[in-house]
Structure formats: structure tokens, C-alpha cells
Design a protein around this ligand. Structure first.
Ligand code: AHR
Length: 327
């Protein structure tokens, strides 16, 4: 990365808190060092914290100078960060889009500047796939399907009040975000196999623990006979557990809970019997991201889509791996 980028950086009106440089200190000014601008969604969940740590550690390991910006779950902050990276003439931009739509203009700016873009974790819904080189991340539809398939397979147990109908309340991720849209779709497709399962209420908890707790409190007040909570991530599921316990009910027994992510806190709750099933979403995308960036910059061909390998966990399976869980 060339030194003049630092001068351009000074002209950009972005708070120091939002945009911080990290990565290799020693060769940050070497002309042949790759500079990556990364715009992260925020710090909304345990998954996100693990994802950020993976990206920062992998950049260091790969000798890539990482410029990292936390968008605090706001699309406008991500657009500002990407524009700042364009002005700084970074070698490659990577980002995890907070929502799916509204990216074409800024991605066209990056394309005109000749800066390749790599999508990590979340997709954009643009028709113009030339605006990014590759998309590395999970298959969120499949994750939702796995959650729904487990419920269909365990329907008898999940009908907690035995009334023949399995009432599910859904804690959605951030409105407009790819994982919220796709997980809801995948889940709906899978549960369609059993007409006794219905999603009775569905609302966003913004992928946060507090959000999950608040939405669950309101569900407990407004929905009679909840059998199952389907939370789009562990954090919202953990918030729901707090609300269920505060209402004098036993999570995992009186109300079954299915979540997605498999971060340590979620896995512990699964082992403790407070969550009943977790679909894994792997946040350790750093090593693959750095490898893809190097290939793209070396002019090598990369697949347009790289899907992360993931599994699912029952209580017994979680107990077997919890001690060695990295995140
Ligand atoms: O995009 C991945 C999702 O975002 C994770 O499931 C969730 O925990 C995070 O906030």
C-alpha cells in the first residue's frame, strides 16, 4: 500500500472510533504489502465478535495490512467506510453487508476505481454480479431448513401442551439482512412438511441478546400456548431464555428452543438443556478471506461463491465438543 493513502485518509470525515487501522505494523508502508479495507456489520453478537477476531488475526498472519471499520449495524456507516477505502486506494475491499439491498452505487464506485470487492458472511441482492469478485459465507437458507427439519422430526416432543398444534414464535435477525430473510425462508419451507406446525408470531430482535429478550417478553404476553422459539441466532435465543425464566417457565422443557450459530454460550445452554437444537454458522472466515484476497490480487480465478462447511448439534453432540470449541 502506498504512503499517499494516509494523506487521503486524513481528508475523510469519519470518526477515529469508527475507522481504525490494525494489522501488520512493520510493513504497513511497504509498497508491496496488500492493504485490505474491511467494513464489519458491528458487534451485535458472540458470532460477530468471533468473526472480527478471526479476520484480524488472519490478516496479521497473512501479512495483510487491515483497515477495519465497525459500522454499528448501520448501512450508511458501511457506505462511508467503503468510500473512505476507495479514497485511500486500498488494494482490496471486503465487507459483510448489514442489509441485502442498496449497494449498487458504492460498489460501482469501487469498480470504477479498479478496487476488487469480496463479500464475506452476507450477500447483496444486486443483479450485477460483476460488482464483486466472490462471496464467502454460509448458506443461510440451508441453515433455516436444518432448523425446520429438526422440528418436523421432533414434532411429537415439541407439542408441549399436547393440543395438536405446534405454535412457533420466531425471533428474526436484522430486518433486510440476508441471514434473517434466508433463515426464515428455509425454515418455512421445511416446516411446510407438517401442517401441525405454524409460525404464530415473528418479529425482529436485531440479532442481539437484549432484542431477543424484549421480543420474547412481548410474545409471552400476547401469544397463548407457545410451544417453540425459533431464534435466528444464539444471542436472541439466550435473551429469550432470560424472558422465559423470568415468566416462571422452564426453557427447553415448557418451551422448546432452536437457534443458529453454535457459539460457546449457546452450546453451553444446549448442554444445560435450555436450548434443544443448534444449527452451526461458522464465523471463522478470516483464513479463507485472506487467501481469496491474495488470489484475486494475483489475477488468479476464484469461485464466485465459496460456501462455509457447517453442521448441527443436539445436546449430546454439543457436550462432546464444548470443551474444544474455539468461539
Ligand atoms: O450474518 C451472520 C449472523 O450475523 C449470525 O448468525 C449472527 O449471530 C450475526 O449477528
Amino acid at each position: 500500500m502506498v504512503k499517499k493513502s494516509l494523506i487521503a485518509a486524513a481528508a475523510i470525515s469519519m470518526s477515529a472510533a469508527m475507522l481504525t487501522a490494525c494489522g501488520s505494523d512493520s510493513n504497513a508502508s511497504d509498497d508491496d504489502t496488500i492493504t485490505m479495507g474491511f467494513s464489519q456489520v458491528g458487534a451485535e453478537s458472540g458470532w460477530r465478535t468471533a468473526n472480527t477476531a478471526s479476520i484480524q488475526a488472519s490478516a496479521k498472519e497473512a501479512g495483510i495490512d487491515l483497515k477495519f471499520a465497525d459500522a454499528q449495524q448501520k448501512q450508511e456507516n458501511q457506505i462511508k467506510a467503503i468510500r473512505s477505502y476507495i479514497q485511500q486506494k486500498v488494494d482490496v475491499i471486503a465487507f459483510s453487508p448489514v442489509v441485502e439491498s442498496g449497494w449498487d452505487t458504492v460498489l460501482q464506485e469501487a469498480k470504477r476505481a479498479g478496487i476488487p470487492v469480496i463479500l464475506t458472511d452476507r450477500a447483496v441482492d444486486s443483479d450485477d454480479t460483476s460488482l464483486y469478485e466472490t462471496f464467502l459465507g454460509s448458506d443461510f437458507v440451508l441453515e433455516g431448513e436444518k432448523a425446520g427439519e429438526w422440528l418436523v422430526a421432533n414434532a411429537a416432543d415439541a407439542d408441549v401442551d399436547g393440543d395438536g398444534t405446534i405454535k412457533v414464535v420466531q425471533l428474526e435477525g436484522t430486518t433486510g439482512a440476508a441471514p434473517a430473510i434466508d433463515r426464515a425462508d428455509g425454515f418455512a419451507t421445511a416446516i411446510a412438511a407438517d401442517p401441525s406446525i405454524e409460525v404464530t408470531a415473528s418479529q425482529t430482535g436485531d440479532f442481539t441478546r437484549d432484542g431477543g429478550k424484549q421480543v420474547m417478553e412481548s410474545f409471552l404476553n400476547s401469544v397463548q400456548g407457545i410451544d417453540v422459539v425459533f431464534a435466528h441466532n444464539d444471542d436472541m435465543g439466550l435473551g429469550a431464555i432470560e424472558a422465559i425464566e423470568a415468566a416462571g417457565l422452564v426453557p427447553g422443557k415448557d418451551i422448546k428452543i432452536i437457534t443458529i450459530d453454535a457459539v460457546k454460550d449457546g452450546m453451553q445452554a444446549l448442554v444445560d438443556g435450555k436450548i434443544n437444537f443448534i444449527v452451526e454458522c461458522n464465523p471463522l472466515l478470516g483464513p479463507q478471506l485472506m487467501e481469496l484476497a491474495k488470489k484475486v490480487l494475483a489475477g488468479e480465478e476464484v469461485p464466485k461463491r465459496v460456501v462455509t462447511d457447517e453442521t448441527t448439534f443436539t445436546q449430546e453432540e454439543a457436550a462432546a465438543v464444548l470443551a474444544d470449541r474455539q468461539y
